[in-house]
Write a protein that binds this ligand. Structure first.
Ligand SMILES: Cc1ncc(COP(=O)(O)O)c(C=O)c1O
Length: 395
């Protein structure tokens, strides 16, 4: 189809022209003189995005799933026990990765649509007087449900219980879009991928690591070779990698970090919050329900929309693609066929969002869902007009 594809999934996101251009250049020698400066710029820029001064950054060619594995194998040993908050498809995957290495997961399961329950987690931590739980695993923004958990509250839970467990946080669909504070929230490992808020093509696993997690990695006994972060940290200090890095992605990352710096992280967060609220207003005006139950936990990077009874959301997503070349997220895990997801993250502005919402309305109507064309768009437009970009996040 002519025109631009409407990739309205919650990542990968559209790659801005500036980043495409930054990646369109000859490959350089990853042991040559130019490379060290590129690595340094990427690591420093990522520290700013993770909001850490003291954390260490490692990155590998890989994906978010690989980053789960890196977080586990470098901090834990087979037979260790961890507390895993499970509130969707991706938090289930994080726990399963730990289990694959013989780590015993005490799962705290909450329904899809809810965030991590800080009170219940605190209760479990207090009950573990012998400090057998070695880590708390949580997904900051559960991409299958559109729910953002309060990581600061989890830090408070750990502190109040005076529990030394490591705090391991998946920030795959929140970093560089939703406020995430590695240092302030006492996070030990935060992991992410490049294909969401960082606006890059997929292909990397990125982690921020605290001193405490570094200490744990000396004692961890999970088998590790590729994902061992010690040689990566060691060689990165000299501007090198112990393997062939994804050179072009690093050029793209350097440019993405420059773009985030230019916009200012707080403006990036405010833009995502504003677009997310416009999307939710559109969904409600169409008479549809949002899966996330607690408004304080609404995700600013995606909205999971409950499909009305009698309609299969996966068929709807296929229909939207066939009819309009519009890509929406399918329902994952327990909500397969029941929700579709609208991504609103990365390099996105008002008209990008409105274009996607127009497509959602058209696809719904064409699919037989009784919606009034324009109702959602008008609600989003009214909100966006009333909230100029400089106004920041809605109250
Ligand atoms: C929250 C979250 N964690 C982990 C992953 C897995 O990342 P990847 O698909 O890059 O392996 C995803 C992917 O969408 C995700 O949204």
């Amino acid at each position: 189809m002519p025109g631009r594809p409407f990739l309205q999934i919650p990542g990968p996101t559209l790659v801005p022209e500036r980043i495409v251009r930054a990646m369109s250049q000859p490959i350089i020698d990853h042991r040559g003189p130019r490379f060290a400066a590129l690595v340094g710029a990427c690591l420093d820029g990522l520290k700013r995005v993770f909001q850490t001064r003291t954390g260490h950054i490692v990155l590998y060619p890989g994906s978010g799933t690989g980053a789960w594995e890196a977080a586990i194998v470098n901090t834990l040993s087979p037979g260790d026990r961890v507390l895993a908050c499970v509130n969707g498809h991706f938090s289930t995957g994080f726990a399963r990765t730990a289990e694959a290495y013989g780590v015993e997961c005490e799962r705290v399961e909450v329904p899809y649509g809810d965030g991590a329950p800080a009170d219940e987690l605190e209760r479990r931590l207090r009950a573990d007087a012998a400090h057998q739980l070695k880590a708390l695993l949580v997904v900051h923004n559960e991409t299958s449900t559109g729910v953002t958990s309060n990581v600061a509250a989890l830090r408070t839970a750990l502190d109040r219980a005076q529990h030394p467990a490591l705090l391991l946080v998946d920030t795959v669909s929140s970093l560089a879009s939703i406020d995430f504070r590695f240092d302030d929230w006492g996070v030990d490992v935060a992991l992410t991928g490049p294909q969401k808020g960082l606006m890059l093509p997929p292909g990397m696993a990125i982690l921020a690591i605290s001193e405490k997690a570094l200490g744990a990695s000396d004692k961890a006994r999970c088998p590790r070779a590729y994902w061992d972060w010690r040689p990566v940290l060691e060689r990165n200090r000299r501007g090198e990698f112990p393997y062939t890095p994804a050179t072009l992605l690093l050029f793209g990352l350097e440019e993405a970090l420059r773009m985030l710096d230019e916009e200012g992280l707080h403006n990036v967060f405010a833009r995502h919050a504003r677009l997310a609220e416009a999307c939710r207003r559109a969904v409600r005006a169409l008479g549809l329900a949002i899966l996330c139950r607690n408004p304080a936990e609404y995700s600013h990077t995606l909205t999971a929309v409950v499909m009305p009874p009698g309609f299969d959301s996966d068929e709807f997503v296929r229909h939207a693609h066939r009819r309009l070349d519009l890509s929406l997220g399918v329902g994952l895990g327990a909500v397969r066929g029941k929700v579709f997801r609208i991504g609103h993250l990365g390099s996105l502005n008002d008209l990008d969002l409105l274009g996607g919402l127009a497509g959602v309305e058209m696809a719904l109507k064409d699919f037989g869902v009784p919606v009034r064309l324009g109702a959602g768009l008008a609600a989003a437009q009214e909100f966006l007009l009333g909230q100029p970009i400089s106004a920041g996040a809605p109250a």
